[in-house]
Design a protein around this ligand. Structure first.
Ligand code: C2O
Ligand code: CU
Ligand code: CU
Length: 424
């Protein structure tokens, strides 16, 4: 009964000078002058029309991470907008797509650089029948910044290309260690937009409720005290309480190689929870029907090949033994047919698997041959794979065309840990 709305905006990607360190100029690349980029907030059923104006010195695209947009509108590598040029992306958000998404560039070989320079922003699709409607909401976008002594954003070194880049600063909504206040119960949406940093989030040990993942609400709220968000992942949580706590990223060992420093705990923000109005979270948030596979089975193996040349180690990240080739189709799926994919991490470090164009469900997980229980159904587009872990997902692609699947450590993606799925 609600007519579809139109949402129109222009996103101009351009360099901008800011000051993170007093007196030192830092050039970032921003959408409309903002890092993170502006929030795009729309309803299921809306038609989105975004004009991208490229004022960078390199080609770019906008990819709509997690959304079921037509492949021609999804900012694929190869569909690049040249420096000085522009294009418009246009697509509709189907019923059932309410969730927490983001947008970022995906040009061939430049995704990591454009993301760490600041080009990434949040996108929320809302439902008109949201069981948590009316609960005050806050948005926490996490990004990672690496500056040289001169205040400039430094490029990637060999270690960054091998392990994925981590900076010395983790920013929340573009700010270093902000103060966040929550009066009463709040719904928080969280985005890990870091190129490679894992965020094992904790609110000083205080319990909070997990209510949603990448693709929207869970069936039921779950009380937790820690939440691991791999690069690219999002979550919705409900926080409440009456205390001052730190929002921390607890030390998490993702198996970095070489002489990487040991994992540390970082304080991301100071949080004041000030009691106030609470209300029961509805016991049933949403119905998630399990996908039942009927189609072909697929296997995706992430591995890395170590090379030694002139006394220097380097690593080539691979998918099914190969490096990304934009002229090669790696897998073929039938549109509308549910498939089971086995995702295998045959390497010594964690890799977050991401697939474009749809949301999927985790069916099972085994690590070192042992079953790891997967206690709840959820819609996801990015999941972490630990070393020696195999995760089986159930997945269906609603539209025909080329889709990317890759590691969301963006340095690995740019170095070839990506393949093309052709949906026919
Ligand atoms: Cu968030 Cu292919 O990317
Ligand atoms: Cu994506
Ligand atoms: Cu990786």
């Amino acid at each position: 009964s609600n007519p579809a709305g139109q949402f129109q905006a222009t996103l101009t990607a351009a360099p901008r000078t800011v000051q993170f360190k007093p007196g030192l100029d830092t050039v970032v690349w921003a959408y409309n002058g903002q890092t993170p980029g502006p929030l795009i907030e729309i309803y299921e059923g809306d038609v989105l029309e975004i004009r991208l104006v490229n004022q960078l010195a390199q080609p770019t695209t906008i990819h709509w991470h997690g959304l079921p947009v037509p492949p021609s509108q999804d900012g694929n590598p190869g569909d690049e907008v040249a420096p000085g040029a522009e294009r418009t992306y246009r697509f509709a958000l189907p019923a059932g797509s309410a969730g927490t998404y983001w947008y970022h560039p995906h040009p061939h070989g430049h995704t990591a650089e454009q993301a760490f320079m600041g080009l990434a922003g949040p996108l929320i699709v809302r439902s008109r029948l949201d069981p948590l409607a009316g609960m005050p909401e806050q948005h926490l976008v996490f990004s990672d910044l690496k500056l040289g002594a001169d205040g400039k954003v430094v490029g990637n070194n060999d270690m960054d290309w091998m392990n994925g880049r981590e900076g010395q600063f983790v920013l929340v909504n573009g700010a270093l260690q902000p103060v966040i206040t929550a009066d009463g119960m709040q719904r928080w949406r969280l985005w890990n937009m870091c190129n490679a940093r894992y965020l094992n989030l904790s609110l000083g040990g205080q319990p909070f409720r997990l209510v949603g993942t990448d693709g929207g609400l869970l069936e039921h709220a779950r009380a937790i005290t820690q939440l691991l968000l791999a690069p690219g992942e999002r979550a919705e949580i409900v926080v409440m309480g009456n205390s001052e706590v730190s929002l921390q990223a607890l030390a998490y060992d993702r198996g970095m190689m070489g002489d990487a420093p040991p994992p540390q705990t970082l304080t991301l923000a100071k949080v004041t929870l000030s009691g106030g109005a609470t209300r029961p979270i509805p016991s049933h948030l949403r119905q998630i029907t399990p996908l039942s596979p009927g189609g072909a089975q697929k296997r995706v193996v992430f591995s890395e090949q170590m090379n030694m040349a002139g006394g220097v180690h380097s690593m080539t990240p691979l998918v099914n033994g190969k490096s990304y080739d934009m002229n090669r189709v790696d897998l073929v799926s039938q549109r509308g047919v549910v498939e089971a994919w086995s995702l295998v991490n045959d390497s010594d470090m964690d890799h977050p698997f991401h697939l474009h164009g749809t949301q999927f469900q985790i069916a099972s997980r085994t690590r070192n041959g042992q079953t790891v229980p997967e206690p709840f159904l959820a819609w996801r587009d990015t999941i972490n794979l630990r070393p020696n872990e195999t995760v089986v997902i159930h997945v269906v692609q609603p539209q025909a065309g080329p889709r990317m699947f890759h590691c969301h450590i963006l340095e690995h993606e740019d170095r070839g840990m990506m393949g093309i799925l052709s949906v026919v």
